[in-house]
Design a protein around this ligand. Structure first.
Ligand code: NAD
Ligand code: UGA
Length: 464
């Protein structure tokens, strides 16, 4: 079966870049990304490619090549669902904030809405692809909803989780380590799997396209994120031990990473992992294990989150204790608000929690981030409901210049590893700060010797 039209529901950080690359590599397939968020679709269609709703290196070039040719962004959801032979569900699956499983389970209401909408409008057979990250066995629920249509339309459900990381999405898509496709092991299921394999085979070697049963595919996605986050929490746990013993976490990471069984990646100690997925997916895994009565499994994975919360808190507490046990009325400059470099995404960014803890201590914060807009920073902070919007606005300012952010500051906290931070004129910054001038490098990216020579009191994660 050769697919000619694809519809993707959800034009977010996954749907947008993923479909752009699929369209770029498959000029013969018409790909339409739909969303209920009109502003987002408008931004995807904006002439000025700097205004795309997602910032990703290389994305605007891909969009420029494919948009209007075989890549479209639209709010006409029903029409595009009906016309497509293959529909990707790429909507958000956040942690539930209410009811059973509150603060742990994945909220599947958006996914269920998509399934119901597909069931309502479909007049021809469809392959429905789970692109969103979902709890194991969700495909069963989607199938049950779709099969209720009673109009003879047949559906095949595939699980095709996305492994891209923000900031490197285009590279991750174009040179994927692997693509995972889970499907029913029947003749129809295998045909559907093959249809999706053919789309990826347009640019990826066959051996990188892995096919499994649906449940293995769904569970592999949660497992992959749990393993990745676990590495960060493991090295962050060691970072605290390094600070207490005189070991240097970068040296330890290098030493262990050269063991090919461990490997060098994902061993950077930090102020704590953020992002929209690690925490939510592990909480989801913990919830699934608990629901199945597997308490030891649940406790094991929950520790990854507990360690991460500890890392964020201790970074903030270290700032307070180093600044002579009070930051009240002191200005602290934040370099970075995004959860990692090369993205404008701030979801679950460590910066939000560190700021919140310091604001509780009555600090005044000045934030500079090269890609995050001021309203996003206030939205993130207000969402915590720790204090009123007016109080947040009074205590935290967002500026569009790093030198201004650091002027008159008692301390600088580096929260994101943006490359440009290493290129600043640090002597100029030092001269404008209150003395002693402190730097708390939550990403270990600045040059310690250089900063100390200028006169800074420099503290980095994982180094005494
Ligand atoms: P997102 O919030 O950026 O985008 C989701 C989009 O879906 C939003 O624009 C929203 O308006 C739209 N939407 C929701 N319900 C809809 C409906 N019924 N009809 C039409 N549009 C609807 O989310 P995201 O970061 O793209 O993540 C999507 C999924 O992919 C999640 O399950 C996530 O876990 C997974 N994932 C994310 C990443 C990542 O790096 N962000 C990577 C891999 C997997
Ligand atoms: C992560 C995974 O890497 C992707 O494979 C996955 O598809 C995605 O989650 C998802 O499911 O959403 P992402 O969250 O975009 O991608 O970014 P990562 O590069 O994984 O970074 C996550 C967080 O961990 C960031 O805050 C980053 O700064 C932190 N991190 C990462 C460290 O602190 N140290 C490291 O060594 C690596």
């Amino acid at each position: 079966m050769k697919i000619k039209k694809i519809c993707c529901i959800g034009a977010g950080y996954v749907g947008g870049p993923t479909m752009s690359v699929i369209a770029d590599k498959n000029p013969g397939i018409q790909v339409t990304v739909v969303d209920i968020n009109e502003a987002r679709i408008k931004a995807w269609n904006s002439e000025n490619l700097d205004e795309l709703p997602v910032y990703e290196p290389g994305l605007s070039e891909v969009v420029a090549r494919a948009r209007g040719r075989n890549l479209f962004f639209s709010t006409e959801i029903e029409k595009n669902i009906d016309e497509a032979e293959m529909i990707f569900i790429s909507v958000n699956t956040p942690t539930k904030t209410y009811g059973k499983g509150k603060n742990m389970a994945a909220d599947l209401k958006y996914v269920e809405l998509c399934a119901r909408q597909i069931a309502n409008v479909a007049t021809s057979d469809k392959i429905v692809v789970e692109k969103s990250t979902l709890p194991v066995r969700t495909a069963q629920a989607i199938k049950t909803i779709l099969d209720q249509t009673g109009n003879g339309v047949k559906f095949q459900i595939l699980s095709n989780p996305e492994f891209l990381a923000e900031g490197t999405a285009i590279q991750d898509l174009e040179q994927a380590d692997r693509v995972l496709i889970g499907g029913e092991q029947s003749a129809e299921g295998k045909q559907a799997i093959q249809a999706l394999v053919d789309i990826y085979a347009a640019w990826l070697p066959q051996e990188n396209i892995l096919t499994t049963n649906v449940w293995s595919s769904e569970l592999s996605k949660l497992t992959a994120n749990a393993f990745l986050a676990q590495r960060v929490s493991s090295i962050n746990a060691i970072s605290e031990l390094c600070e207490a013993t005189g070991a240097d976490v970068s040296e330890v990471a290098k030493a262990i990473g050269m063991d090919s069984r461990i490997g060098p990646k994902f061993l950077k100690a930090s102020v704590g992992f953020g992002g929209s997925c690690f925490q939510k997916d592990i909480l989801n895994l913990v919830y699934i294990a608990k629901s199945l009565g597997l308490d030891n499994v649940a406790d094991y994975w929950e520790q990854v989150i507990i360690m991460n919360d500890h890392q964020k808190r201790r970074f903030a507490e270290n700032i307070v204790s180093t600044l002579f046990n009070t930051v009240s009325g002191k200005k602290i400059a934040f370099l970075g608000w995004a959860f990692k470099k090369d993205t404008n995404d701030t979801r679950e960014s460590a910066a939000i929690y560190v700021a919140d803890l310091l604001l509780e201590e009555q600090a005044e914060i000045q934030v500079y981030d090269p890609k995050v807009k001021p309203h996003q920073i206030y939205t993130d902070l207000n969402a915590l409901n720790t204090r009123t919007e007016e109080e947040n606005k009074a205590q935290l300012q967002v500026v569009n210049n790093p030198y201004e952010a650091c002027k008159d500051a008692h301390a600088i906290a580096v929260l994101t590893e943006w490359d440009e931070f290493t290129t600043y004129d640090w002597k100029r910054i030092y001269d404008t700060m209150k003395k002693p001038a402190f730097v708390f490098d939550g990403r270990k990216i600045l040059k310690e010797e250089e900063l100390k020579a200028i006169g800074f009191e420099y503290y980095a994660i994982g180094k005494a």
